[in-house]
Design a protein around this ligand. Structure first.
Ligand code: ZN
Length: 594
């Protein structure tokens, strides 16, 4: 049997089938409940007689009604992702989405009223001790209150954004989606898209990689007028809005959204830039592995090995199970349940969605994992990653509370990336083949340099551009020079870049779509490594602390959650611990390459 044939999830823990009458009953009940919730509680929070006990009651009811609404929502989405060709499922998704929108609209008042409560009142409520469980949820909601403008001003901004910043984002998307490249491959001229061009960066042939890189980046340079305009408009727009809302820095709203302070992020970023020499050291080693005198920009994603181990599903499953169980028997047992109770859909079928995800519904139902298993080591990593999420979900659900359930963004990838590290250690402990060991280490290191160092460099550039761009209009040359300065700071002299590569700032969609988002990647990945370093140092003593972190879900700020493990993320030493793991892996690799 090949490629996970027959590994299909069992959705009967949600509903017996797609035509279970309970689905419609649940949708109707959830809408009715949201209506009665509004009738009962609208304008109550602002009232004189609102007490901490009443607010607690509302929070519990609110939590329950949202979770009830999620069940049919989850069922329709899972059915649809498992077979996107079905018109029945499409109609079901549309129907449930309408219902969810209705529920959200009916209950929107609730969060708004909490946001508008006077500080003094909420403080008295907190000091009563009754709202302890929801304190963090309430504080998170109220974080943006000081920067929120009047209702009318907010409405004007929202309306004007459609023809303002959103228009520039749409222009970027539509314009770049229309890009095509003519490339000669094996004597044939082919027309390629953006993703096909990127895939060429992983091609075995160095000459083809170099031609593809030059041609790809030059396309952006040829259209510099448009990209410079888009970039400047977005920077200016953000600067204006920050001034109106009285933020102190362009990155502050991102910090608030992530629930971390600017100082912590600055400390982390400083530690990452101090460790750029490790990236350079790896690049020199990679040049050696590829048999090149020096790495070029077009070699950064080149494959280091041709070996391709076949891992059938059963073997992959054992590897994942044993990785978790080796860390903690309890974790192994939860993942064992996930396989036995069929939380996973892994076979490849027509109509099934590509990629992978872990779908967590709420504390009362176990998560579901979708993936497309192809008998390769990469698939085993995907499985470990998604089951890491599943484990996080199960533990965070123990409190039985939806409003404290989903981990904050910077912690959202903790369990998944940690699981990948456990798998890496497991694979290395068993693999005797030198070529395969090199491949495991090199691909993991490249992952980390990509998510930690490179994203850090992106953020440094983005900050420079926002600070400079708020003062004056940036020319295309200015943007190229800000970009190459930060890039060269990271790569040092370990990589030769083509002149065309100075345009790469205009390629990255995150700068356009989700300003300053990239540091969440750096933060999340380095945090996991720092935790893994703790595990390697403290061994078993680390296990219950880590369990506590996952079980905490979103019940406190990241600094406090990690603080409860006896660790301090405002200290540079904490972040440096993450680089210890990287340095060890790099040394292992250097020894193997010889
Ligand atoms: Zn993930």
């Amino acid at each position: 049997m090949k490629k996970a044939q027959g590994i299909i999830w069992d959705l009967s823990d949600l509903y017996s089938s797609s035509d279970d009458p309970k689905i419609n009953q649940d949708i109707k009940a959830a809408i009715a409940l949201s209506k009665s919730f509004k009738k009962k509680y609208h304008s109550k929070i602002a009232g004189e007689d609102c007490t901490a006990v009443l607010l607690l009651e509302m929070l519990k009811e609110y939590e329950q009604l949202i979770e009830n609404g999620y069940r049919p929502f989850a069922m329709s989405n899972l059915l649809f992702t498992a077979d996107g060709r079905s018109d029945v499922y499409k109609a079901m998704v549309a129907k449930v989405q309408d219902a969810m929108t209705q529920i959200k609209n009916e209950t929107l008042f609730f969060a708004l009223e909490i946001q508008k409560m006077p500080d003094a009142k909420i403080e008295t409520f907190f000091s009563s001790g009754k709202l302890e469980h929801y304190r963090h949820y309430i504080e998170s909601l109220r974080l943006f209150t000081p920067y929120t403008l009047s209702e009318l001003e907010e409405q004007v901004i929202n309306q004007k954004n459609l023809s303002g910043k959103t228009a520039f984002v749409n222009l970027f998307d539509e314009f770049t989606a229309s890009f095509e490249w003519e490339m000669e491959i094996d004597g044939e001229t082919k027309t390629l898209t953006e993703s096909e061009m990127r895939e060429l960066q992983r091609h075995q042939d160095p000459e083809l990689r170099q031609r593809a890189k030059a041609s790809h980046d030059l396309k952006y340079g040829d259209n510099a007028l448009i990209f410079t305009n888009i970039f400047n408009s977005l920077v200016k727009d953000h600067a204006t809005e920050m001034r109106m809302r009285k933020y102190e820095s362009p990155i502050q709203p991102t910090h608030l959204g992530n629930g971390v302070s600017g100082e912590i992020v600055e400390t982390m970023m400083r530690v990452v830039s101090d460790h750029y020499p490790l990236t350079q050291q790896y690049n020199r080693l990679k040049a050696k592995m590829l048999g090149l005198p020096k790495l070029r920009g077009s070699d950064l994603y080149a494959p280091v090995s041709k070996s391709d181990r076949v891992v059938p599903f059963e073997e992959g499953k054992q590897l994942v199970l044993e990785s978790f169980a080796g860390f903690s028997p309890e974790f192994g047992e939860i993942i064992g349940r996930a396989f036995d109770e069929k939380w996973i859909d892994a076979e490849i079928r027509p109509g099934k969605r590509g990629g992978a995800f872990c779908y967590s519904i709420g504390p009362s139902v176990h998560p579901y994992v979708l993936m497309n298993y192809v008998d390769k080591v990469d698939s085993v990593y995907t499985m470990a990653h998604e089951f890491g999420h599943a484990l996080h979900t199960v533990l965070a659900g123990e409190k039985g509370s939806l409003l404290t359930f989903h981990a904050p963004l910077v912690l959202a990838e903790t369990a998944s990336v940690f699981a990948e590290m456990l798998l890496t250690r497991k694979l290395l402990s068993e693999e005797k083949n030198r070529e395969s060991r090199i491949q495991i280490l090199a691909s993991k290191l490249e992952d980390f340099f990509g998510t930690i160092s490179r994203q850090n460099m992106y953020i440094s550039f983005e900050l420079d551009a926002h600070l400079e761009g708020a003062k004056r209009r940036l020319s295309a040359d200015d943007l190229c020079s800000l970009w190459t300065t930060r890039r060269d700071e990271m790569y040092g002299d370990s990589v030769d870049f083509l002149p065309e590569e100075k345009w790469f700032w205009s390629v990255i969609p995150h700068f356009i779509h989700t300003r300053f988002y990239c540091y969440a990647y750096t933060f999340g990945a380095l945090l996991v490594l720092a935790l893994f370093n703790q595990y390697e140092e403290k061994k078993e003593a680390f296990v219950p602390k880590y369990r506590g972190l996952l079980a905490a879900g979103d019940s406190d700020w990241p600094k406090n959650l990690i603080g409860k493990m006896g660790l301090d993320i405002s200290e540079p030493t904490f972040w440096k611990g993450g680089f210890k793991v990287i340095r060890n892996m790099l040394e292992e690799l250097e020894e193997l390459v010889g």
